[in-house]
Each structure stands twice: as C-alpha cells, then as structure tokens.
Design a protein around this ligand. Structure first.
Ligand code: AMP
Ligand code: GLY
Length: 423
C-alpha cells in the first residue's frame, strides 16, 4: 500500500515508525513530517491543515490509505474529502469529529445518553455565564467550545479569574470563532487517565491505557501543556475499570453517534478523571494522544496497519491486537520557556551517540535539519521513548539517554512515571 500520514509531531513520528515496519507498507509519505520522520517516510511540504493540498497530493501520488494524526484537519473535513475521492482514510469525518471540535456537542451528547461528565452549562451570552457563576463554589472550569490548541481551558479559583476567562473569550474575542460559545462546568478532582479505543462505526477495540503528565514542571507544577511525558500501562486502569469505561462511555457514544447519522470511525480518546464517585469524562479527542501514542506504539507487538485499515473498513470485529507486558515511557524534551515563549532554531547535538533500538526510540516532535545540523523548531521537540520490564527500568533508560543529548536550550521533567513506578 501507498500510505500518507498527515501531521508532523511526535505522535506522527511514532505512527510512521510503526507503519513503516508493516510488510503491507510499500511507500510511506508524511505531510509535513519533520527531521526525524524523514528516517521512515518521504516528507512532503504540505501543512496538516491544507485540506486542498493534501487531497491533491493523495490523488496525484495514487495514495491508497491516509492516516490523519491531528484534530484540526479532521474537524475541517479532510476525511470526508478523501472518502469522496475514493481514498481510504483513518480518522472520523467532520460531523463525527465534533466530539472534539465542539465541547458543547460532546457535553450535550453525554447529557442525552447519561454518560458521566461534570455538570455544565453551554452559553455564548456573558450575562448567562455570570448568572451561573453566582450559583457556584470555586474552582470552576471555563472552556471555549471550539479547538484552541490546548489553550482553551481555564481553571478559575475565584470569581475574578472566572470573569477574566469569560471575557477573554466572549468580550476580547481572543479565541476567535472557537470562543464564541463557552462550556462552564463544575471542577472535578481525581487521577486522570487517557483511554483509547479503535472504533469502526459500530465495534470498538480497546487499546492499552496510558497516563500523561500535563503540567510543565516536576511535581505537577507550572502551566498546563500538551503533555510532558506519558507511560503505559496505566496502573489505574484495572480490567474492571476498562470494562466499566467501555460500558459507560465508549459503547453508548458509538451507539449515539451512529443513531445521529454520523457513525464514529477512528481512534476515540477519552480523557477521564477518576473521582470518588467513579470515572467521569473530561473530554473526547478524535485522534491519538501525544505523547500517549508514542508509548502505545512501543508496546504494540502486532502490525498496526491491518488494525487501522479494519477501522476504516468497518471490520474491527476481526482484529486482535497483542501488547507486550513490558512498560513503555516517553519523556518530552521541550524548548526552554515552553509552553510560553521559546527560542527557535537552537541546535541539538549528541543524538548520533545514542544507539536506538526496538526499545529505545527518539521520536521527533519539532525538528528540522539545516545542512548537517539538527535544529529545534517547536515547543515540544523530542520524545525519548523506551520500553523495559518495569516502569522504573524504562524510566532509567530514558533519562540515561537524555543525559547524552547536548541541548542547553531544552528541558524536560525529571519525574515522568515516578509516581507510578514507586507504586
Ligand atoms: P480538556 O481539554 O477538556 O481535557 O481539559 C484540559 C485539562 O483541564 C484536563 O486534562 C484536566 O486536567 C483539566 N480539566 C478539564 N476539565 C476539568 C474539570 N471539570 N475538572 C477538573 N479539571 C478539569
Ligand atoms: N497528551 C494530551 C493530548 O494529546 O491531548
């Protein structure tokens, strides 16, 4: 098969690495890719949200199958456009991608189908939002309805902070159309868990669980980020909990989407929080988590490609995936200052001293090559991803590799997986 992966982050590098290893893969393209992905795929300079350019490329290059990594092209309808051109695609169409593209859509669906989620209101009217605040205790959570690259959620500890978040979206228009409507919800506390299932419209195949570290600095301090590290398996995800998540969240959602005329096909990523009253849904994403995908790919023992194709073909009932019992861990190296302002085009040295293998992979998230130099071009830049018998060993292996990387302009958290490893 001739395959195109859309995206250029660590998630897409891990997907390309797994797909390139499949005997079914004859040619692999990645748009736009990055300096690391260039080791597995031919990178083509088309942006992940250039729907027109991607469709034309797929047609001109006789691509058989397109795997869409990030949410923006899914929400913008890339899967629909490819399908209309008779090109197979992994990822939901725009109507189904509303599960991530509109938090209000997701919350209303949960309310209609009795799927546990934080109590909420949905409004674009400031006076209604303020009246709701008057009935709350703090903290409260304020979310913009649309996609905001991870910046659209504010946890407000006071009325003043809540008003600032409401005004940023509704009055100052800081999120554009994505912030024209808000979801205001109750604050929940508990351990967070990322749960992934492949869904082919009617059947769901649960994948391994993973846990992410959202805060920028050690000890879960500092600002929220896209994710600073992940590990799998997630000790919190017991077999009973997996069964409960499938029954209470995933299957009702699949039935609801099919009944609404927009059957869900792709990977469904449930962001859950384990409260004293049981698991509650924080959000749905319509793509793999980043960096959760990186650890899943290192633990997957089966060929991923038949599973992705079966997802697209509605044939998941025939697929069984094998996972290694070992633990996998990924540490994100980010540019100093991330998620705030950071320097670009700083040089990374020392990667050539690392012997990568089946259980040590350096996935690139934001790099490019200029002549023979490797430059950092994004906030999250490298994902040092390892696998070992225990989580503690995987952690040791990852940090030993990081210590050989010479990049003074970058940083990482030193406690990825530490809490779970000591359990
Ligand atoms: P979301 O994009 O909706 O998952 O929100 C991003 C992050 O904000 C989540 O991973 C949580 O850490 C936090 N968060 C979102 N909603 C809530 C909530 N209702 N209660 C507590 N924390 C939340
Ligand atoms: N790691 C969180 C996400 O991909 O949204």
């Amino acid at each position: 098969m001739r395959i195109l992966v859309v995206g250029g982050g660590g998630r897409e590098h891990a997907l390309c690495w797994a797909i390139a290893a499949s005997p079914l893969c004859e040619k692999l393209y990645c748009a736009p890719g990055n300096a690391g992905i260039a080791g597995q795929a031919e990178c083509v300079p088309i942006a992940a949200d250039d729907i027109h350019g991607l469709l034309a490329f797929a047609q001109d290059n006789i691509v058989d199958f397109v795997v869409i990594g990030p949410e923006a092209p899914l929400v913008a309808g890339l899967a629909d456009r490819l399908q209309a051109a008779s090109i197979k695609v992994f990822g939901p169409g725009a109507a189904a991608a509303r599960l991530e593209g509109s938090k209000g859509f997701m919350k209303d669906l949960c309310a209609r189908h009795d799927i546990p989620t934080a109590a909420y209101i949905r409004t674009g009217d400031r006076a209604t939002a303020v009246a709701w605040l008057d009935r709350q205790t703090y903290p409260v959570v304020i979310k913009v309805d649309g996609l905001a690259a991870g910046k659209g959620v504010a946890i407000a500890d006071s009325r003043q902070q809540a008003l600032a978040a409401i005004d940023a979206a509704l009055t100052e228009n800081r999120f554009g159309a994505a912030g024209a409507e808000l979801v205001l919800e109750e604050f929940l506390s508990g351990e967070e868990l990322s749960f992934f299932a492949l869904v082919d419209g009617k059947t769901a195949l649960p994948l391994a669980g993973a846990q992410d570290h959202k805060r920028a600095h050690d000890g879960d301090t500092g600002p929220n980020t896209g994710g600073m590290g992940a590990y799998s398996p997630a000790p919190a995800l017991t077999p009973d909990l997996e069964t409960a998540i499938m029954e209470r969240f995933i299957r009702p959602t699949i039935r609801a989407m099919a009944a609404a005329g927009c059957p869900y096909k792709g990977v469904l990523y449930a962001g859950l929080i384990l409260t004293d009253a049981g698991p509650q849904l924080l959000e749905y994403n319509v793509r793999f988590g980043d960096p959760e995908c990186q650890v899943l790919m290192l633990r997957l023992a089966s060929d991923i490609l038949p599973a992705l194709i079966a997802t697209s073909d509605g044939m998941l009932a025939n697929i069984h995936l094998r996972w290694r019992d070992e633990a996998a861990l990924s540490v994100v190296m980010a540019a100093n200052g991330y998620p705030g302002h950071y320097e670009k085009d700083t040089e990374i040295r020392g990667l050539e001293n690392l012997a990568t293998s089946d259980d040590l992979q350096i996935f690139h998230a934001g790099t490019r090559r200029r002549h023979d130099r490797l430059l950092a071009v994004g906030g999250r830049v490298l994902n040092i991803t390892t696998r070992a018998a225990t989580l503690a060993q995987a952690q040791h292996k990852a940090y030993a590799a990081i210590d050989k990387i010479d990049w003074p302009e970058g940083f990482c958290r030193r406690d990825i997986g530490a809490h779970a490893a000591s359990r």
